[in-house]
Design a protein around this ligand. Structure first.
Ligand code: ADP
Ligand code: MG
Length: 269
C-alpha cells in the first residue's frame, strides 16, 4: 500500500467536524497543465458558497477533487473532519482502499450540469436506487422518503415518469432529490442550470433556494449571479487555478476588490 506524507495533513489530521470543508493548499495538474495552484478554503456547516469564474479556471476540477472524482497532487482536503483519501496510522498516512473511498464519497451529493439520471428507471426508481443498494434502506421506507423528496422538488405527480418524458428542469429537480435521498452532509452543484433552456432555470434555482433555507451546506459553481447574490452567503471568484477573491456575496458581486473579479463580473452582466 502506498504511503505518502503531506505535512499539512499530518499537522491537521484531527479537525473538528465544523467546518464541513477545509482545503489547504490544494494542487492538481493534468500533465504539464497546473489546474489548481494552491486552493485554501473553509466552508462552515450550513453555508451556501457560490464559486464563479471563467471557463477553464478549475472550478469543476476543484469540486471533483472534493468528491474524489480526481486525486489531488498536493495539499489536503477534509470533509466533515475526515481527511479525504487517506487514513492516518501513527505518523503515516495510508491511501484509502476503493471501498473506503466509496464510504467517504457517500457523505457528499453532487449535481452535474447534465442530469445523469438512469434512463431506464422512473423518477421514483432513480431516487430509491442509492438508498436501497448503497445505504441498505428497506425498499418501502426508501419509497416513502423518495415520494416526500419528489413532493419537495414539486414533482409528486411525476413519480412514474421516465427521464425521457421529463423536461430538463424536471430531470434536474429529480437529480437533486436523488442526491438528497443519500442524506449528504454536503451538496456540490456544478453549473446545474447551464444546460437548461432559459425558461427552466428558475424552477431549479427555486428548489436550490429552498434547500439553502433548510441549512444544507452547499457549494455551487454557477454563472447565475442573481442567485449567488440572493441565496449564497459568500461568493468566491476563481481564475487560472486560484481563488482570487472570496467574501460576502453582495460585497464581492457589487464591490469586488480585485481587478480580475471586476472584469469578470462586468463581462457576465
Ligand atoms: P472550469 O470548470 O472552471 O471551466 P475545469 O476544472 O473544467 O474548469 O478545467 C480546468 C482546466 O483543466 C482546463 O484547462 C481543462 O482543460 C483542464 N482539464 C480538466 N479536466 C481535465 C482532464 N480530465 N484531463 C486533462 N485536462 C483537464
Ligand atoms: Mg466546469
Amino acid at each position: 500500500m502506498a504511503i505518502r506524507t503531506t505535512p499539512a495533513a499530518a499537522d491537521q489530521n484531527m479537525l473538528p467536524a465544523d467546518p464541513i470543508v477545509v482545503a489547504a493548499d490544494v494542487r492538481k495538474r493534468f500533465g504539464s497543465n497546473e489546474v489548481l495552484k494552491g486552493i485554501d478554503l473553509r466552508v462552515p456547516k450550513g453555508e451556501v458558497l457560490c464559486i464563479i469564474g471563467p471557463s477553464g479556471s478549475g472550478k469543476s476540477t476543484f469540486l471533483r477533487c472534493i468528491n474524489q472524482l480526481e486525486r489531488i497532487d498536493g495539499g489536503a482536503i477534509w470533509v466533515a473532519g475526515e481527511l479525504v483519501g487517506y487514513r492516518r496510522e501513527g505518523n503515516f498516512l495510508y491511501e484509502l482502499t476503493d471501498a473506503e473511498i466509496a464510504r467517504q464519497r457517500r457523505r457528499i451529493g453532487m449535481v452535474f450540469q447534465r442530469f445523469n439520471l438512469f434512463p431506464h428507471l422512473t423518477a421514483l426508481e432513480n431516487i430509491i436506487e442509492g438508498p436501497v443498494q448503497v445505504l441498505g434502506e428497506k425498499p418501502a421506507e426508501a419509497r416513502e422518503r423518495a415520494e416526500a423528496l419528489l413532493a419537495r422538488v414539486g414533482l409528486a405527480d411525476k413519480r412514474d415518469a421516465y427521464p425521457a418524458h421529463l423536461s430538463g428542469g424536471q430531470q434536474q429537480r429529480v437529480a437533486i432529490a436523488r442526491a438528497l435521498a443519500m442524506r449528504p452532509e454536503l451538496l456540490l452543484f456544478d453549473e446545474p442550470t447551464s444546460a437548461l433552456d432559459p425558461e427552466l432555470v428558475g424552477e431549479v434555482l427555486g428548489v436550490m433556494r429552498d434547500l439553502a433555507g433548510t441549512g444544507m451546506t452547499m457549494i455551487v459553481v454557477t454563472h447565475e449571479l442573481g442567485f449567488a447574490r440572493e441565496v449564497s452567503n459568500r461568493v468566491a471568484f476563481m481564475d487560472q487555478g486560484q481563488l482570487v477573491e472570496i467574501g460576502d456575496a453582495r460585497q464581492v458581486l457589487s464591490d469586488p476588490q480585485q481587478a480580475r473579479t471586476r472584469a469578470f463580473i462586468s463581462a457576465v452582466h
